[in-house]
Design a binder for this molecule. Structure first.
Ligand SMILES: Nc1ncnc2c1ncn2[C@@H]1O[C@H](COP(=O)(O)OP(=O)(O)OP(=O)(O)O)[C@@H](O)[C@H]1O
Ligand code: NI
Length: 246
């Protein structure tokens, strides 16, 4: 089966200073799977997410190609088939009530109601503006937007920053709902533990390149999954090294 999304030799660079931030990135996102994009802060994860949506800062350029179902990504496909949950919870439109923001993605009122319920949000939240909500509620609303949309791919940029252990586990469960809907998820994170809890594949970025691409074998990642010394060291540093299917 053709991958849903494919990065082909994608480089992101600053033409004026000749500075290459990401160099010839190649990886695929299969249908219905969770791919974690893992790497330290400042490596270029958000830029890679922005490149999918053609949202790179104007002073940066991209070379190479990103294909969707083996075809070039068009504006129409970006609008219909892809949805971005940005890194900042400030990304919700501050001037539009939550209900209206959800309605821009679907006319199906029942679907919105069910989704809010599933995410533990009161229906009354629809009448609120983003500034009236807590950070956690806003992040849930952003996940609700991804769930009510008809997108085939959700890109979640760093959805678990600064959460305590319990809130983080809750959020990972919410991200799994995206997969339950048979959507693919690109989960951008520097949280290795979270990545291997929910991902089917982990793509590791370091020094501008993909240094490792680890595929879950059956239910869990194992000691053999990690070949690169860097990822092996990350794996060995984890408090617990076996996660199995529930
Ligand atoms: N407009 C820009 N012009 C030049 N360099 C930029 C620009 N935007 C980002 N960068 C640089 O590109 C690098 C990657 O930034 P990016 O935000 O993608 O990192 P990240 O991996 O998402 O980090 P974090 O985990 O902290 O969110 C950084 O070193 C940043 O300074
Ligand atoms: Ni980022």
């Amino acid at each position: 089966m053709k991958p849903l999304l494919q990065f082909k030799q994608v480089s992101i660079y600053h033409p004026k200073s000749d500075n290459t931030i990401l160099n010839e990135i190649n990886f695929t996102i299969p249908h219905g799977e969770i791919v974690a994009l893992l790497g330290p802060s400042g490596i270029g994860k958000s830029l890679l997410a922005q490149s999918i949506f053609s949202l790179l800062p104007e002073n940066l350029k991209m070379s190479g190609e990103i294909t969707f179902q083996a075809q070039a990504l068009t504006k129409a496909k970006r609008g219909r088939d892809l949805v971005l949950i940005p890194q900042s919870v400030e990304a919700l439109n501050p001037l539009m009530k939550i209900g209206k923001q959800l309605h821009t993605l679907t006319n199906n009122k029942q679907k919105i109601k069910n989704t809010l319920l599933e995410l533990g949000l009161e229906e009354s939240i629809m009448r609120s503006y983003p500034f009236e909500l807590s950070g956690g509620q806003r992040r849930r609303v952003m996940i609700a937007m991804a769930l009510v949309s008809d997108a085939k791919l959700v890109v979640a940029d760093e959805p678990t920053p600064g959460l305590d252990m319990e809130a983080r586990q809750d959020l990972l469960q919410l991200l799994l709902k995206i997969k339950e809907q048979k959507k693919s998820l690109l989960f951008i994170t520097h949280d290795f533990l979270a990545a291997q809890q929910i991902a089917d594949k982990i793509v590791v970025l370091k020094n501008g390149s993909v240094i490792d691409c680890i595929v879950r074998e059956g239910c869990a990642f194992t000691d053999e999954s990690f070949s690169h010394p860097y990822t092996r060291a990350l794996w060995r540093a984890l408090p617990e090294q076996s996660f199995t299917c529930e």
